[in-house]
Design a binder for this molecule. Structure first.
Ligand code: SF4
Ligand code: SF4
Length: 145
């Protein structure tokens, strides 16, 4: 086995864009671990923290309003941008990103460099229509141009 590949992202320098993904899938084992971590019943965790996903039987994380990305996972601290259930987070969060680079992080670094703003939170839409206030503002500024 060779040396580990270098890693081209730093989650501590990112506003946690991946936590804004609409489809953050959770398994039954994820819900049980989350319930244990928070100290609630599995049934409560399933109903309060997850909802039906795309496919039959699929459960995904519920979201909250997030000024940075429109909405994000219920467990993201929208001020610190950190996960509030880190030790109890689902497997999909533990395993992301699956490669040694992250597309959003590459984009974020390029935008921060181009705009000379090391704190910039680069916006990205997950679903059209999910962010109506910003879309309305965009069309307003577009009509003024
Ligand atoms: S995986 Fe990428 S998007 Fe998610 S927190 Fe890390 S750098 Fe940011
Ligand atoms: S559980 Fe934590 S790491 Fe996973 S999406 Fe939610 S806030 Fe992000």
């Amino acid at each position: 086995m060779g040396p580990p590949l270098p890693v081209f992202y730093d989650c501590n320098n990112c506003p946690s864009y991946c936590c804004s993904y609409v489809r953050i899938e959770v398994t039954d084992a994820d819900v049980q671990r989350l319930a244990r971590h928070v100290g609630v019943s599995t049934q409560h965790a399933r109903e309060a923290y997850t909802k039906d996903g795309w496919e039959d039987g699929e459960r995904i994380m519920r979201h909250q309003k997030d000024d940075a990305f429109g909405s994000s996972c219920l467990f993201l601290d929208t001020t610190t941008r950190l996960c509030t259930v880190h030790d109890g987070r689902p497997d999909v969060c533990r395993n992301h990103p699956v490669e040694n680079k992250c597309g959003y992080y590459t984009f974020l670094m390029a935008e921060r460099r181009d705009q000379d703003d090391p704190e910039l939170i680069a916006r990205a839409y997950n679903v059209v229509g999910e962010w109506p206030e910003l879309e309305a503002a965009d069309s307003l500024s577009g009509s003024e141009a």
